[in-house]
Design a protein around this ligand. Structure first.
Ligand code: SAM
Length: 368
């Protein structure tokens, strides 16, 4: 593998042990419940790539088992020895105090947690009724063992390893599952992911559309991100930008059209200096209007427009049609580009200083 690709992969793998905050799961899931209170009723939910001793997904769904009317909750974790980042792992009290604790298996096997009945006969099904055991294998979501659990599930929910997002989505689509999955907005640009969003086979969830989110990270993780925090218990958190939920569950919000100003009003009143008084340009290598910020989409423009990927936060399929993405549509690049402006397919603007390569753009057109 080329050195650059190796470095990119290592960087992505570093982010595999990021644990989602309870409140982020709660806000998102509650939005689906508000839209359809029966969305999870009678359903089996699988939480793969989880780690119930660390993770809040299992906790949240176990606590709400009865309220959501779940039939069964299954959660699986990945073996410590298989993780790319495993330093400092010690079996927890939860494990060692259990009668099924096995010192030989605990680092090499994944674990399975199941909740489907009132095991302690206290009259309700909740987190205290979770039963756990070792998996036969390491808990890899691609294993036959976890695949079978996926076949049993109606809905799959998790924050999968950052470095395996594409493989994880391919797995879900092959299995034709309903899902709610955390990822990064830039994942939209992957050639495997974009067509799924373009054809409305998946869309963004409603609760996150800007800012950054905090994730709990292992104690030994390098705290080199722009934002990090150590709380009063010594727990480490890292802030991540561009986090989004990806789903094929209906939540209503993505069918609400957005209101935009006309082109003239944008030029007169936009808060963005790139548009106010300046107006809009067309690309030199593709026949579309450059819209540098999604909120500046001119409501009265009928032709094709290139918008940043954050447009997907506002995308309503009844309002706009997605034509494609500059990463494939921008193949005909201007000739003799200086080195700083070269790269894969992209859209270019002609400026007084020369050609200006644009960040990835999604090409849209207003629906009649
Ligand atoms: C981003 S973390 C998220 C953990 C948890 N779902 C949460 O959000 O709090 C992804 C987890 O998947 C695990 N993992 C990595 N590769 C995996 C694989 N091939 N199959 C299953 N899990 C994997 C990582 O070790 C990590 O614990």
């Amino acid at each position: 593998m080329a050195r650059n690709a190796e470095l990119r992969q290592a960087k992505a793998a570093k982010k595999d042990e990021f644990y989602t905050q309870y409140v982020d799961i709660q806000k998102e899931v509650n939005a689906y419940i508000e839209y359809n209170p029966d969305v999870f009723r009678g359903k089996t939910i699988l939480l793969p790539c989880d780690d119930p001793e660390w993770s809040n997904f299992t906790k949240f769904f176990a606590q709400n088992f009865e309220f959501f009317g779940l039939k069964k909750l299954i959660s699986t974790s990945f073996a410590v020895e298989s993780k790319k980042y495993k330093e400092g792992y010690m079996p927890t009290l939860f494990e060692t105090e259990s009668p099924i604790f096995d010192n030989n298996k605990t680092r090499t096997h994944g674990k399975i947690f199941i909740l489907d009945r009132d095991t302690n006969a206290n009259g309700r099904i909740d987190i205290d009724d979770l039963q756990w055991n070792y998996l036969e294998g390491n808990g890899d979501f691609k294993s036959e063992e976890v695949s079978k659990l996926c076949d049993e599930a109606d809905i799959v929910i998790t924050n999968p390893p950052f470095s395996l997002f594409r493989e994880f989505m391919a797995w879900l689509f092959k299995k034709k599952k309903k899902f709610l999955v955390l990822g990064n907005i830039n994942n939209i640009c992957y050639k495997e992911i974009f067509p799924l969003m373009q054809t409305n086979q998946m869309w963004l969830g409603p609760s996150i559309s800007s800012g950054d989110r905090e994730f709990r990270v292992p104690q030994e993780y390098p705290l080199e991100a722009a934002g990090w925090r150590i709380d009063e218990n010594g727990t480490h958190y890292i802030k991540v930008k561009g986090v989004r939920w990806f789903t094929n569950l209906e939540h209503g919000k993505h069918h609400l059209p957005c209101e935009f100003m006309t082109m003239e009003d944008n030029i007169r009143f936009s808060k963005h200096k790139e548009v106010k008084g300046v107006g809009y340009s067309k690309y030199t290598n593709y026949d579309a209007l450059e819209v540098p910020f999604s909120e500046c989409i001119p409501s009265d423009y009928e032709g094709e427009m290139g918008v940043p990927v954050t447009f997907m936060d506002k995308y309503c399929p009844e309002q706009y049609e997605i034509i494609g993405i500059s990463l494939t549509l921008g193949k005909n690049k201007p000739a003799n580009l200086p080195k700083s402006q070269q790269g894969g397919p992209a859209f270019y603007l002609k400026t007084e200083e020369g050609y200006k390569r644009q960040y990835p753009r999604i090409v849209i057109r207003k629906k009649q």
